[in-house]
Ligand binder design. Sequence first.
Ligand SMILES: [Zn+2]
Length: 96
Amino acid sequence: MQCFPENRSWRALSATVTAGAECAHCGSRDDLVAHHRIPRRYGGLDVLSNLEPVCRSCHPRVEQESIAHAKLVWERPERPETAWIPRRRPRMIPPY
Ligand SMILES: [Zn+2]
């Protein structure tokens, strides 16, 4: 599979992000996970520039912040299955 040069395996990526790192939020070195700065469901990619080491106790909070932030900047959905399309068809009101 050579389609995406950045598309290394998640295991390798998260190992690279967390190896010898410390939590970007509290500085802990224990139980680090690779956190998506832009969540995947909002178009964030599995690339090093979108990942940061965060410990497991910070991760849920950091994740919520990322999602909240992504919602603010997320204006042009490119994937139809995640797009929310307001489909309110104006009802014709019978004149009688
Ligand atoms: Zn932490």
